[in-house]
Design a protein. Structure first.
Length: 81
């Protein structure tokens, strides 16, 4: 989540790295905290990268923990979708 966020913040689109982050994130999404879910969604959306499977996983995990999201997490996740 932090690596994706950093690359998006710097507007650096490194396709191989981003693909690896997407794949790893999909497999570990249930371990992500709300801020990590939000940051990952925000990063991919900011870079304009479509990863439907990743976003499906983020949506599922977010729905399960929606009560734990801070307002900024909710805003960033909503914006990303």
């Amino acid at each position: 989540a932090n690596t994706a966020w950093a690359f998006a913040t710097l507007s650096i689109n490194a396709p191989q790295l981003i693909d690896a982050i997407a794949c790893a994130s999909e497999h570990r999404i249930d371990d992500f905290k709300p801020q990590e879910l939000a940051n990952t969604a925000w990063a991919f959306a900011t870079l304009g990268i479509s990863e439907p499977r990743l976003f499906d996983a983020i949506a599922r995990a977010s729905e399960q923990r929606i009560g734990d999201f801070k307002p900024q997490d909710l805003a960033n996740t909503a914006w990303a979708f």
